[in-house]
Design a protein around this ligand. Sequence first.
Ligand code: DX5
Ligand code: ZN
Length: 220
Amino acid sequence: MSSKFIAPSLLAADFANLQRDIEMVNQSDADWFHVDIMDGVFVPNISFGAPVLQAITRHAKKIIDVHLMIVDPDRYIHTFAKLGSNILTVHYEACTHLHRTLQAIKAEGMQAGVALNPHTNINVLEDTINDIDLVCVMSVNPGFGGQSFIDNTYHKVSQLKELITRKGAKALIEIDGGVTNKNAKSLVDSGADVLVAGSFVFKSSNPLHTISDLKNLANS
Ligand code: DX5
Ligand code: ZN
């Protein structure tokens, strides 16, 4: 079985101690940094923008996985490439010309991701799946950390896995929202490759231990 990845979401980090929390992730068994950018329009919350990402990349020593929850993301593809994003994920629901957006992300040397809201059916990716490096299946409604996991996600992940196999595509499946040690193994068994975890990691008493637990569960 190929290795499964853990991506702690910095949205749940202590912003007054961001460097400390980033160093913790550097030293942990985590694979990626998940960075949530929210504009207060696409989602009802504002997180942080380019200057904060710039500060993050000064210390982060792992893959930077940027999740854009913004309208008209094409405006910022170049900016996020320059800031050192390795993966740039846009929302299907925010892209009128998704195929063009994916090409633009790859032309900037990044991996291209597409996120799907809980209400969006997998079949909308039927004609683009071969152009996508990562599909982020939202297991909560985007905008906030600490929400409860939506159970229909398992069904969506199996459907997505089937689509990827049928089309001979290479996209990784990422799960974002409400991931804990209770659902990590079942998600991987359904077909997930990457687990994002915010609150479960950063609000735990021993984040290093929590990350290695998740990593072991995902690869068991
Ligand atoms: C939600 C964000 C998530 C969030 C996950 O809109 O996309 O990445 O940080 O947080 P938890 O793991 O707390 O649900
Ligand atoms: Zn996210």
